[in-house]
Ligand binder design. Structure first.
Ligand code: NAD
Length: 430
């Protein structure tokens, strides 16, 4: 099928490449001319394992192409997926201006039937608003449908998630829209759940809010474990073995970040409030998340006493491993707080330093973990990259001013670290 994607970022490019891989002819469009130019030269403008290869393969097979003009997207695709950003406004509500702009663009250029699919994460009832906008601005009598098809991919394993998702949610109002989406996803082996548009929109917000809630819950349990002398790894393992709960998203650490959880929890809380329901549970999830970061910073202070003037090595900047994405990264927030308190922070990340450099210039960047740790009073593990698990710890110890590791991700084994002579602190573990 001819398919267009408007918004060629993490979600749009991955979706486009995966749909092309499954045989569709996909045109990915983006308003950012530099991004389109880079993609046309075969360069993927962000790091996602395997994506550059998948894009190159499908460009070569002439199933995937790029453009900077939304009019071309409307002309090309029978189905048009929208995956533009829906960032938070200061009050937590979602900024839907990019969605609205794209809806107007589509209406201006639509000449015959199109299925317009929301892939961006949006508050419930955005589909209805999009329908109103397109109806208002389209030429008379041109037929169209709006559908919701929320995206559940995780950065770092986006291709595997898109190729074999746990479920494909299709929110539709017409059989025609359902048939088109079913045909698009026929080559994907995944259960398809068909709902109305509002339910599909809510499934995405409710899923992300639930996952964030699990993380905050684990972090609250970790705080109690620390006070009681229990071990949060053992506790969450025991809890997660209950099939009703499941083991995922129960890792205690420094809190959740990234471009999705913080904004989606805030947007879900805000839309619930607008609708008349006080979703106080979600405010608590947010509060615990911030408290978790503060508790980690206190731990650093407890260990170093005076942070000002100390040399601190930050291992990890991306919001999670296997990505260069630093949007709303807790690692970055921790680094910033310590730098504001006068610490000399030297950071190392396998992929995210280029992006970090563009937004944080008061921090030094090192070419290796050992260079970052040179003469450091402490190493902080802020992102659970595999590379940090497999370090030469003897070498690390040798280069540090004092061998202290404060592990915000419970990545290392406390006993082993102490045996090697490190002062080792982690989260919720004795
Ligand atoms: P992104 O910033 O990586 O990409 C969005 C792209 O849209 C950018 O390249 C931008 O230039 C382009 N764009 C903005 N306005 C445009 C316009 N008017 N016309 C054409 N292009 C335009 O964002 P993302 O991470 O891919 O997220 C997109 C949406 O998907 C968000 O709603 C997000 O919440 C949701 N989502 C993201 C993830 C994730 O892991 N990143 C997962 C699931 C859902």
């Amino acid at each position: 099928m001819d398919i267009s994607i408007i918004g060629t970022g993490y979600v749009g490019l991955t979706t486009g490449a995966c749909l092309a891989e499954r045989g569709h002819r996909v045109l990915c469009v983006d308003a950012d001319r530099a991004k389109v130019a880079s993609l046309r030269k075969g360069r993927v403008p962000f790091y996602e394992p395997g994506l550059a290869e998948l894009v190159a393969k499908n460009v070569r097979a002439k199933r995937l192409s790029f453009d900077g003009d939304n009019a071309k997207a409307v002309a090309h695709g029978k189905a048009i997926f929208i995956s533009v950003p829906t960032p938070p406004r200061p009050d937590g509500t979602a900024d839907l201006s990019a969605i609205e702009a794209v809806a107007r663009d589509i209406a201006r250029h639509i000449r015959d039937y199109r299925l317009i699919v929301e892939k961006s994460t949006v508050p419930v009832a955005t589909g209805s608003r999009m329908k109103e906008v397109i109806t208002k601005y389209r030429p008379a009598n041109v037929d169209f449908d709006v559908a919701s098809n929320p995206e559940f991919l995780r950065e770092g394993c986006a291709i595997a998630d898109s190729m074999s998702p746990d479920r494909i949610v299709i929110g539709v109002e017409s059989t025609r829209a359902e048939m088109i989406l079913r045909e698009i996803y026929k080559p994907f082996k995944a259960p398809v759940l068909v709902t109305n548009i509002k339910s599909a929109e809510l499934i995405k917000h409710a899923s992300n809010a639930f996952l964030a809630m699990k993380i905050s819950f684990a972090n609250a349990v970790a705080a109690v474990c620390e006070l009681a002398g229990a071990n949060v790894i053992e506790v969450t393992r025991g809890v997660g073995m209950d099939k009703r709960i499941g083991p995922g998203f129960l890792n205690a650490g420094i809190g959740y970040g990234g471009s999705c959880f913080p904004k989606d929890v805030a947007a879900f809380e805000a839309i619930s409030r607008e609708l008349g329901y006080d979703f106080g549970l979600l405010r608590e999830v947010q509060r615990v998340n911030e408290q978790t970061r503060d508790l980690f910073l206190k731990k650093v202070e407890r260990e170093l006493w005076i942070v000002k003037g100390k040399t601190i090595a930050a291992f990890g900047l991306s919001f999670k491993p296997n990505t260069d994405d630093i949007r709303e990264s807790v690692a970055v927030k921790v680094v910033q707080s310590l730098a504001e308190r006068g610490a000399h922070v030297r950071a190392y990340d396998p992929q995210a330093m280029e992006r970090a450099r563009a937004s944080m210039n008061h921090v030094a960047y090192a070419k290796s973990p050992y260079e970052a740790a040179k003469d450091a009073d402490a190493v902080l593990i802020l992102t659970e990259w595999d590379e940090f698990r497999d370090l030469d710890f003897r070498k690390l110890k040798k280069v540090m001013a004092h061998p202290t590791i404060i592990d915000g991700r419970n990545l290392l084994d406390p006993e082993r670290m102490r045996e090697m002579g490190f002062t080792y602190r982690s989260v919720g573990r004795p």
